[in-house]
Structure formats: C-alpha cells, structure tokens
Design a protein around this ligand. Structure first.
Ligand code: DX5
Ligand code: ZN
Length: 216
C-alpha cells in the first residue's frame, strides 16, 4: 500500500498565528493544506472566507485544498479560486446542479471536488465521475474538529475506491474527520489516498512526528 498524502486541517491550528502554522506544517512534511470553510448555515459553525485564503497563499507552495462546507457554494467559488485555492470541494448536499457546479469550478482553472456527509450514499457520485477530480468522504458529521471517526464509513470508502478504479480517471480519494494513527490505517486499507487531519497533526506540537505517524 502506498503511503497516503497528508493534508493538515488548519481548523485545529492557532488562529492567531495562521501564517506561521501553515509554514510549520509545510516544513513538517505536509502534502496539502486543508482549509475548512464553514458558513453557520450548511454546518453549525463559522470559520473563514476568501480573504483569509489569499492571506495564507504566500505562506506555502503546497496546494491549498479548500473544503467548502457552505450553502450554494457556486456563489463563492470564483472568489476562492481568485484567492489562490488549488482544489475547491463542494458538498453534494449543498448543491442542486452538482455536475454544472463542478464544470464551473474547473472552468475557473482549479481542481474540483465533491464531499459527502456520513448519511449520503456513494450513489450520489455516479453521474459526476466524468468530471470530478477529488472525492472527500466525511468520516464525522462536518462542523467541528476533534470528533470521533464513524467506522461505518469504511464500507463507503471501499465502494468509492471501486467506482474510481472503474472510471479509469485520476481521482483522489480523501477522508476527513477523526483521523489518527489507527483510523488512518483503516482508511488507507479501504482505499483512501489522501488523509485530512486536524487534531492529530496540531495536538502535542511535534508536527513532523505527528505527520509521520499518520503515514503509517
Ligand atoms: C470537520 C472538518 C475537518 C476537521 C477535521 O468539519 O471538515 O477537516 O477539521 O478535524 P479532526 O482531524 O480533528 O477530526
Ligand atoms: Zn475538512
């Protein structure tokens, strides 16, 4: 099994020193920087907008992996792309015309992703496999860091792995929520190739050791 890419979620970083934190996880061996955008409507929490993404852009050469947990994400996609996002992931549950939204995001010159909350079936992806670049399986209910991994999602990860292999397209399979050294192994065994981790990277302060332990 290849080692997974690690995407630290800055939701668990010190928000008073975000630039410094992004530089620190970049130096510690991260592969992507995961930025959680929440609107207080699609999820019960509120975080940051495009101006924070553009403020962070100069602090790392790594791809900025922007996870939009917001209603009608198509309205803000252009602003996030302009701010320097490399990947824009929307929730299937937050969009009516998912295929159109993904095509629009690609037209902005960035990669497009679809995320599913734990209660959404993998079948929601069936008719966007021709356009999607990244699939993000939530293994907690989105809104907060530090929650416990929901093991029933492993079956969904396996199913989506099979859908990706059958598509013969280069689609990343990312898992987000409750990732620690143990759940990381389970997610990778199920077919994940990118792991998002907030608390498991930022807790304890040794970011490089934490990232290594998630790689397995
Ligand atoms: C949750 C976010 C996650 C979260 C992960 O809504 O999408 O990215 O920050 O945090 P941990 O790794 O602590 O579960
Ligand atoms: Zn996230």
């Amino acid at each position: 099994m290849a080692a997974p890419a690690i995407a630290p979620s800055i939701l668990s970083a010190d928000f008073s020193r975000l630039g410094e934190e992004v530089r620190a996880v970049t130096a510690a061996g991260a592969d992507l920087i995961h930025i959680d955008v929440m609107d207080g409507q699609f999820v019960p929490n509120l975080t940051l907008g495009p101006c924070v993404v553009s403020a962070l852009r100069p602090h790392s050469a790594l791809p900025l992996d922007v996870h939009l947990m917001i209603a009608t994400p198509e309205r803000l996609s252009e602003a996030f792309a302009r701010a320097g996002a490399d990947i824009l992931t929307v929730h299937a549950e937050a969009v009516t015309h998912l295929h159109r939204t993904l095509t629009f995001i690609k037209s902005l010159g960035v990669r497009c992703g679809v995320s599913l909350v734990p209660s959404t079936d993998a079948a929601a992806l069936e008719y966007v496999m021709d356009v999607v670049d990244l699939i993000l399986v939530m293994t907690v209910n989105p809104g907060f860091g530090g929650q416990e991994f929901i093991p029933a999602q492993l079956e969904k990860i396996r199913r989506i792995r099979a859908m990706i292999d059958a598509s013969k397209r280069n689609i990343a399979l990312e898992v987000d929520g409750g990732i620690n050294a143990q759940t990381a192994r389970a997610a990778v065994a199920a077919g994940a190739d990118v792991l998002v981790a907030g608390s498991a990277v930022f807790n304890g302060g040794d970011y490089a050791a934490n990232i290594r332990s998630l790689r397995g």
